[in-house]
Design a protein around this ligand. Structure first.
Ligand SMILES: [Zn+2]
Ligand SMILES: [Zn+2]
Length: 386
């Protein structure tokens, strides 16, 4: 029979080091021998329709790949675009699609050339598989690789709402035992916040706006506050998210449904803000960002709009000489995100609000779509703690 509980026991540190190693080796011997032919997978089969099905279990093929057991998966706003609208921007879903790309996993087996990972290790996974050969990869920009394949992205790779997954070892970063499986799944969105904060080159004590306090807005807030005594003004349409933003270090929060947030922030910062992060993917939010910035200020666009075209007031952009930077996911910020959580400088705890089993994945997606019950980050526990 296929045995996972032993592996789980090992990583929880219930045994001595030697005992752990022996038990892990025994369990993994069993795994290699008895690895199942099929697994459970959740397919997006239509708009707001998900189905739990049996799927072929993946096999370790390439010498640089690893076989992973998926432990936890965070539901991302981009997954919700596919779930609710069948696409985002110029991307359209061909159903059925397995979505999901924010995952924590345990290494079950490694290819012959893999030197950096060993079975039993827990990892955070970078869902981007880059080619390593194009001009972008060679220039250190693998996130804009011309031949990239991303987990759970229409037309690229199937996602991680599955029990097992094969990924290149290069996509897997070991996490210390001090990170639990929820925290390890939040490494991916946190790495985007870390990257966006780096791109902004904030001066110490900068005046910053974050328009939209969903998981990415909150991760950006956490990343900024971990490294900089910046004063951050955060907004969102959902009050519970504003409470989380305050817990994550926002100096001021406001809900544009109840007040004119631009006027309110301008009252406190008459000169305007140095940098504003757009994390909502909405035209109204983009307009607020532009109105909040001081002349010479910088707008970072992280949110993903449903529509493919957005607009700006060209006279305001030009007269104020505003800079607009677009953020595509992240680049080489996974290790930093792990360090920030492991060192205690970032606490992602307030973000993780709900848990579901793999069988309940559709409920998780419905909850996040409706933004009910104060949900921020919903986590699907695919291989729950034994
Ligand atoms: Zn995501
Ligand atoms: Zn490439």
């Amino acid at each position: 029979m296929y045995r996972l509980p032993l592996l789980r026991l090992c990583r929880k540190g219930a045994m001595s080091g030697v005992g752990k190693a022996v038990a892990a080796a025994t369990a993994l011997q069993g795994l290699r021998h008895d690895f199942p032919n099929s697994m459970k997978a959740v397919y997006l089969t239509g708009l707001r329709q998900m189905e739990l099905r049996d799927a072929p279990a993946p096999r370790l093929a390439g010498p640089h790949d690893v076989l992973l057991r998926v432990d936890t998966l965070g539901v991302c706003g981009s997954d919700i675009h596919y779930y609710k609208h069948g696409g985002a921007g110029s991307t359209t879903v061909a159903f059925p699609l397995i979505v999901g790309h924010e995952l924590a996993a345990t290494v079950l087996d490694v290819g012959g050339q893999v030197k950096t990972l060993r079975p039993g290790q827990r990892v955070a996974v970078d869902p981007l598989v880059s080619c390593g050969e194009c001009d972008q990869c060679r220039a250190g920009r693998k996130h804009t690789c011309r031949n990239q394949k991303f987990l759970g992205y229409p037309g690229q790779l199937p996602g991680a709402l599955v029990e097992y997954l094969v990924m290149p070892a290069a996509c897997c970063s070991p996490v210390p035992d001090s990170l639990d499986d929820d925290e390890a799944a939040v490494v991916e969105p946190l790495s985007i916040g870390v990257y966006a904060a780096q791109m902004a080159h904030l001066a110490p004590g900068a005046r910053v706006g974050i328009v939209g306090s969903g998981p990415i807005g909150l991760c950006t807030l956490l990343a900024i506050r971990a490294e900089n005594p910046a004063t951050v003004y955060s907004t969102d349409l959902v009050d519970e998210r504003l409470a989380v933003a305050r817990a994550c270090g926002a100096a001021w929060t406001g809900n544009p449904q109840r007040e004119d947030v631009v006027t309110a922030i301008r009252r406190l910062e008459p000169l305007g803000l140095d940098v504003v992060f757009e994390c909502a993917g909405e035209q109204d939010a983009l307009d607020q960002c532009v109105q909040l910035l001081k002349p010479g200020g910088t707008l970072l666009v992280i949110g993903i709009p449903e529509v493919d075209r957005v607009s700006f007031s060209s006279s305001v952009l030009r007269r104020n000489e505003l800079r607009i930077l677009n953020v595509r996911r992240q680049n080489e910020c996974v290790e930093r995100a792990i360090e920030l959580i492991a060192s205690g400088r970032v606490n992602v705890g307030p973000l993780v609000t709900h848990h579901f089993s793999l069988e309940e994945a559709a409920r998780a997606f419905e909850l996040v779509t409706e933004r009910n019950d104060g949900v921020v980050k919903a986590i699907v526990r695919i291989s729950p703690e034994k």
